[in-house]
Ligand binder design. Structure first.
Ligand code: GDP
Length: 477
């Protein structure tokens, strides 16, 4: 973002010498051949009552063209799985059990590395597991625009049944439109009651296949390593339905699932490739960071030269530390990579300054006006189950042909950070009934630019939503 001093002078109709004099008076020594950065040009122009605008820059002029894939170029790719479930129901144990049994049987030689994701080979195909279980990581990624997970494995302990975070996980998966495979865990325990789990999940809309629904259930014991092969098989069955394909023969594109600063190696990031191919030596841009692939490793710690779709790959050569969820894109060369990254940083800064909410009750109608059917996404938290049900019912009745009220999640209890992430990722407004936010929650909501509204009288809440739907809400409530 620079402009030559002579060009600026020309555009303002002022002699270059006069600009140089002015710069001198501002304490900047300049020559006629000088280029000025944006801030200096801004300052200088202001002295002469001119405004400076940054010249338009479009990434699309620099990114490699996104051509539509021909059907014959699309090849099957492995499914990417995230494990979710209530705390202590066995998410970590299950991830570890799958990892160690499949490594033991399949890939001798490599030593498992924790790079944020791993893949297992079964006789029927490969599956990729993300290493960070839970819906927080899942929805954080989604809030940043990364849709990485194809299938959610919902772990429910057979002796404990559906708990609060189980319900949350279901809401998060549904909001993302990701199918769920249920793993009923701890089947070895006395008091294991898989039928109870089935009943409770049916109430949440996950009807088992053997009861006429379409949700796949597997019975496992992570501890005894039982039922794991069946679980993998059922995941692949679900994947077949999804018909996952990608074109491996083009410049790679994917998302960061984990990144860190390594003492010896500098910034490293694990990329889950979604299409195309990444090869050592490629230049890339990743969020607001650029780089060049200096070295790549697989999940067994082995150095590789190239990788294709859905293969978790640890990459060295980032100019900074990327963040989980950042998009990773191969570009023509390092110069282009730097230019795009720089532009994104500038735009990010500008956007931060102009902070705006994603959607507020006030803006709902204004921003969406003109579209045909509209969804007003709401996330409802109430002090007790009773009021939750009463409000859900009242809100549901408000839906019209033009505007549909979608309750993406409802729960009793305080608003959590995970609620805010879900609202952010789903462009939803949070409604709190008879509860108060903590300072921390207010802060996170502000950061994520999520609108939270509090009520303690149901009819007042309903009136506001009605008003918002008819575009008549006064903005100062
Ligand atoms: P997470 O919080 O969901 O990741 O749960 P963990 O994997 O940490 O497991 C919580 C506890 O349950 C640990 O003490 C595990 O040893 C135990 N656990 C996990 N799976 C099983 C299982 O299949 N059977 C039994 N009996 N215990 C299990």
């Amino acid at each position: 973002d620079t402009i030559r001093l002579t060009d600026l002078a020309h555009q303002m109709g002022i002699k270059a010498q006069d600009l140089i004099k002015k710069l001198f008076s501002l304490g900047v020594m300049a020559t006629i051949n000088q280029s000025l950065d944006f801030d200096t040009a801004l300052l200088l122009a202001a002295e002469f009552k001119y405004e400076v605008e940054r010249a338009g820059f479009s990434e699309d002029d620099f990114l490699l063209p996104k051509e539509a894939d021909k059907a014959e170029d699309l090849k099957p790719r492995p499914p990417v799985v995230t494990i979710m479930g209530h705390v202590d129901h066995g998410k970590t144990s299950l991830l570890d059990a799958i990892r160690s049994t499949s490594v033991a049987s399949g890939e001798a030689g490599g030593i498992t590395q924790h790079i944020g994701a791993y893949h297992v080979a079964t006789s029927r195909g490969e599956i990729v597991f993300l290493d960070t279980p839970g819906h927080e990581a899942f929805t954080t990624m989604r809030a940043r625009g990364a849709k990485v997970t194809d299938i959610v494995v919902l772990v429910v302990a057979a002796d404990d049944g559906v708990m609060e975070q189980t319900k949350e996980a279901v809401s998060h998966s549904k909001a993302a439109g990701v199918p769920i495979v249920v793993a009923v865990n701890k089947m070895d325990k006395e008091g294991a009651d898989p039928d109870r789990v089935k009943r409770e999940l049916s109430d949440l809309g996950l009807m088992p296949e053997d009861w006429g629904g379409d949700t796949i259930f597997a019975h496992v014991s992570a501890k005894k390593r039982e039922g794991l092969d069946e679980l993998l098989e059922l995941i692949l069955l679900q994947a077949e339905v999804l018909d996952l394909k990608a074109n491996p023969d083009k410049p790679g594109r994917g998302h960061i699932v984990e990144a860190k600063l390594d003492k010896g190696r500098g910034p490293v990031g694990t990329v889950l490739i979604q299409e195309g191919q990444i090869t050592q030596g490629d230049a890339f841009v990743c969020g607001m960071i650029s780089g060049k692939v200096r070295a790549m490793f697989d999940d067994q710690g082995r150095q590789i030269k190239t990788a294709g779709p859905a293969i978790p790959t640890e990459i060295q050569g980032f100019e900074g530390i990327p963040e989980a969820g950042d998009e990773f894109v191969i570009v023509k060369d390092e110069k282009v990579a730097r230019k795009i990254a720089e532009d994104r940083r500038v735009k990010h800064r500008d956007k931060e300054l102009a902070k705006e909410s994603k959607v507020t009750l006030e803006s709902f109608l204004a921003t969406k006006a003109g579209e045909e059917a509209q969804n007003l996404n709401l996330l409802l938290k109430a002090d007790v189950q009773g009021s939750l049900e009463a409000i859900s019912e009242a809100l549901r009745k408000l839906s019209t042909d033009e505007i549909k009220i979608v309750l993406i999640h409802g729960g009793a209890g305080a608003i959590t950070e995970s609620d805010i992430l879900l609202a952010s990722a789903s462009n939803a407004i949070i409604i709190g009934f008879n509860i108060r936010p903590t300072a921390k929650i207010k802060e996170v909501a502000e950061q994520e630019k999520v609108d939270i509204r509090f009520y303690d009288i149901i009819y007042k809440l309903v009136d506001d939503i009605k008003a918002a739907m008819s575009g008549m809400l006064s903005p100062d409530i």
